[in-house]
Design a protein around this ligand. Structure first.
Ligand code: SAM
Length: 196
């Protein structure tokens, strides 16, 4: 397209596109309705693997339905992304988070939470390859959203600059609580990122 200043979701996909290689393992930390899982499954190709997490069975079912023939590239986990290290081995090429509640669901009280989100990001940083990227689409308009985004911002700002680069990206003229993106790029090999 002729557009360069993309919305958050397409911009996060461009970042994944730039760093993830065919055949790699990647993570969709918040499967939801499976849109990012589908994108990632196409990106890694038939030799790649997507680990998809959600705490709602209905979300994983919707994702499996969305994936169709690409399901053989996906490993589903009905568990919190905070337990990612129980299932996934390093190195992974990239990971996507889409915070908040499941769109179109009846229960909008099931949301991602500060502690588990940060624990998941922290662990995935250890699992990531050098040069890998984590994208986090952050919504702070719903109840509990601001607490989560504040905690996450404080966490990413505490990461050592020799370990990672962190950016915040947002369209500044959108109405009605648009999401912003936090993206973290791993600059060197480490198993646990340094907090300062
Ligand atoms: N990317 C998804 C899509 O394309 O449809 C939308 C994700 S939705 C905004 C957030 C999802 O995170 C919800 O489905 C919710 O159940 C899930 N979630 C909440 N807490 C979680 C946790 N601790 N671990 C994994 N998933 C979680």
């Amino acid at each position: 397209s002729h557009i360069h200043l993309h919305r958050v979701l397409p911009y996060s996909k461009r970042l994944m596109n730039a760093v993830v290689l065919p055949g790699e393992t990647v993570i969709d930390a918040t499967a939801g309705n499976g849109n990012d899982t589908y994108f990632l499954a196409e990106l890694v190709g038939e030799k790649g693997k997507v680990f998809a997490f959600d705490i709602q069975e209905s979300a994983l079912a919707a994702t499996a339905e969305r994936l169709g023939p690409l399901n053989d590239r996906v490993s589903y986990h009905l568990d919190s992304h905070a337990n990612v290290d129980r299932y996934v081995e390093r190195p992974i090429g990239g990971a996507m988070f889409n915070l908040g509640y499941l769109p179109y669901s009846e229960d909008k009280t099931i949301i991602t939470k500060p502690d588990s989100t940060i624990e998941a990001v922290h662990k995935i940083l250890g699992l990531l390859k050098k040069g890998g990227i984590i994208t986090i689409s952050v919504y702070d308009g719903h109840e509990g959203g601001k607490e989560e985004s504040d905690a996450l911002i404080e966490y990413v700002q505490s990461l050592h600059q020799a370990d990672v680069h962190v950016i915040r990206y947002e369209l500044m003229n959108l109405r009605n609580n648009p999401p912003f993106l936090i993206a973290i790029e791993k600059l060197r090999d480490f198993e646990e990122v340094t907090r300062i």
